[in-house]
Design a protein around this ligand. Structure first.
Ligand code: ADP
Ligand code: MG
Length: 320
């Protein structure tokens, strides 16, 4: 069984492309580009809570990097450097190698240097910290949504939740759609290019990790506004095709987590601009509602009646 230093040397030590010094010394050295602000975020994945202990290690490594990179996308920041702190119950070399390949593949796909971390024995836990760069005053915060802004979401949120429901035997998915849903669950694609394109366009933004309504409520609270979603605008098509049940599809879209799509508000006059960004990136962007000046969250049903929505996001503490 390899010791800690062997594991680090074999699996965590990669060349860096835009860092002064990577793995191997007491600290990494990075030089942000002149005048740029640093954006920093940490995300931890715990066995039994965020993933099954027998999860595929390659995909787990990918996802650990991806959820961190997604936080940079959500700020309109460019992800640049990442560290990984790892607690392992045992030094299972095949497992560590596969996990490191997944983590590294994701870093490479998004031009992120893996510059360090820590490795220790303990209950399985992966905790990454990502460092990004953003021009001063260009970061898109949660606080800027205004009355009348359109509300948008990227991609097809809810597919990852359907994949999870399938794995947990709570739902049967149509076989043609199964792989696509599981892919979204296991290998999220952080929307970095979209986040960067929305600087100066979106008034508020975040990535959907815990569920659309729950995460939307963070924007509403931070911006001191409310919102109404339009049922007829919700991008339900692939969800309905995958599970054939309107209620399950709607629930997956409104409260399913794990898709890491971007949810953002943008002034109405930016509508054409947002649509052009979606076309340019070949990424569907769906206008799903609008920001209101009074607090609260509503769903305007197809028949015109507005019903109040629960935040309904997956809250780690309330569900215990
Ligand atoms: P120290 O005792 O100074 O904390 P470590 O032995 O923990 O040093 O780590 C040695 C080097 O290996 C450091 O550069 C550290 O960043 C790197 N390292 C340790 N664990 C990881 C990991 N999981 N991923 C990337 N680099 C790691
Ligand atoms: Mg250390």
């Amino acid at each position: 069984m390899a010791g800690e230093f062997e594991l680090i040397k074999r699996h965590f030590h990669y060349p860096v492309s835009h860092s002064v010094l990577g793995v191997g010394d007491d600290a990494a050295l990075m030089q942000p580009r002149p005048g740029m602000q640093l954006a920093v975020s940490t995300d931890m994945l715990v066995a039994g809570r965020h993933f099954f202990a027998d999860a595929d290690p390659f995909l787990l490594g990918w996802k650990t990097a991806a959820v961190n990179i997604s936080d940079m996308a959500a700020m309109g920041a460019e992800p640049r450097w990442i560290t990984l702190a790892l607690a392992l119950p045992e030094a299972d070399e095949a497992w560590v190698g596969a996990m490191a390949r997944g983590f590294r593949d994701c870093c490479e796909a998004y031009c992120v240097d893996w510059v360090g971390g820590d490795t220790t024995r303990g209950p399985l836990n992966l905790c990454a910290t990502i460092f990004g760069e953003v021009s001063p005053d260009k970061a898109v915060r949660r606080t800027g949504a205004n009355h009348g802004d359109d509300l948008w979401v990227s991609g097809w949120p809810g597919m990852a939740a359907l994949g999870l429901a399938h794995l947990q035997d709570r739902l049967e998915l149509v076989s043609d759609w199964r792989e696509a849903c599981l892919e979204r669950l296991h290998r999220p694609l952080p929307r970095v290019a979209l986040g960067l394109a929305l600087r100066g366009v979106a008034s508020a933004m975040l990535d959907v990790s815990d569920g659309l309504c729950g995460d939307l409520s963070h924007i509403l609270e931070a911006s001191e506004v409310g919102a109404i979603l339009d049922e007829t605008l919700l991008p339900l098509e692939p969800l309905l095709a995958a599970c054939k049940r309107t209620e399950a599809a709607t629930k997956a879209l409104l409260s399913g987590g794990d898709d890491y799509e971007l949810l953002f508000a943008a002034p109405r006059e930016q509508r054409g601009h947002v649509e052009a960004i979606g076309r340019h990136l070949e990424l569907p962007l769906h206008r799903i509602g609008r920001i209101l000046d009074k607090p609260g969250l509503w769903l305007q049903r197809g028949d015109g009646v507005a019903e109040a929505l629960q935040a309904g996001g997956f809250d780690h503490f309330q569900t215990d």
